[in-house]
Write a protein that binds this ligand. Structure first.
Ligand code: NAD
Length: 254
């Protein structure tokens, strides 16, 4: 694996789940990491975990749906570490779990799209501008198997993850000539608080979901997504542009 020594970047939604695992993995690979989240406690815990393991990290509170927050986040990475070598746009919410489309409120639709789609859009804008100045950089957006397939009672989330792939591909095409590589990861069912939310719905049987979502009899682990992100942002992935990498236990293969 190419080295991340001397490199720095950010992970949004790094106070929990696969964002935390991703921040830890980049730090372990030698990068300085800016941990961004709306959840201050979770974000600071991630920083503490990185530092305990001998890595370099700082926390920045950031709501990715707010342009001024995102602008300040990129400025903080550059002022603290001098460069934005990589960015993982991972923050997202699922607010409609258990609700059929007909029951989803306008407020839930607006918030979900604001975080999951506008958040990725705002991050891409600021990250690409900075990386274009540098003439180099790599970005990974966390999409989902829902970018391809519907799931019961996840209509707005599914729409948001389709949009993340659209943003990824268009941004990749526009940014290659600037020296910026942009890709996506489509996780399957990964053991995180967000998955717990889906599993804790009435009538949902964990074993049935595992059998439906995975070819190897288990859910994925956050570190399995983290490793894919570290590879996609590294020079080892130097010919990979606009790709959507499924890390999904084979779910999309069926
Ligand atoms: N867990 C799964 O099975 C699964 C499957 C496919 C895709 N995903 C995607 O993976 C990514 C990570 O999900 P996870 O399962 O680790 O979820 P999680 O809920 O454990 O973590 C999400 C993090 O994002 C943060 N966040 C929420 N809104 C934010 C905002 N406006 N600004 C900044 N941070 C914000 C939360 O505070 C939290 O720390 C998400 O994009 C999610 O849609 C998850």
């Amino acid at each position: 694996m190419s080295s991340y020594q001397g490199k720095a970047g950010l992970v949004t939604g790094a106070g929990s789940g696969m964002g935390r695992a991703t921040a830890l993995a980049f730090a372990q690979a030698g990068a300085a990491v800016v941990v961004a989240d709306v959840n201050v406690k979770g974000g600071e815990e991630t920083v503490a975990l990185i530092r305990e393991a001998g890595g370099r990290a700082i926390f920045r509170a950031c709501d990715v749906s707010v342009a001024a927050d995102v602008e300040a986040l990129i400025a903080a990475v550059v002022s603290e570490f001098g460069v934005l070598s990589f960015a993982v746009n991972n923050a997202a919410v699922e607010l409609e779990a258990g609700l059929p489309l007909t029951e989803v409120s306008e407020a839930v639709y607006d918030r979900l799209m604001a975080v999951n789609v506008k958040g990725v859009f705002l991050c891409l804008q600021q990250e690409i501008r900075q990386m274009a100045l540098q003439g180099a950089g790599a970005i990974v957006n966390i999409a989902s198997v829902n970018s391809y397939r519907p799931q019961l009672h996840q209509s707005v989330y599914t729409a948001s993850k389709h949009a993340v792939l659209g943003l990824t591909r268009n941004a990749a095409v526009e940014s290659a000539s600037l020296g910026v590589r942009i890709n996506a990861i489509c996780p399957g069912a990964i053991e995180t608080p967000m998955l717990d939310l889906a599993l804790n719905q009435p009538g949902v049987v964990r074993e049935d979901i595992i059998a439906y979502m995975s070819l190897n009899g288990r859910f994925g682990r956050p570190d399995e997504i983290a490793k894919a992100a570290v590879w996609l942002c590294s020079d080892d992935a130097s010919f990979t542009y606009g790709h959507a990498l499924a890390v999904d236990g084979g779910y999309l293969a069926r």
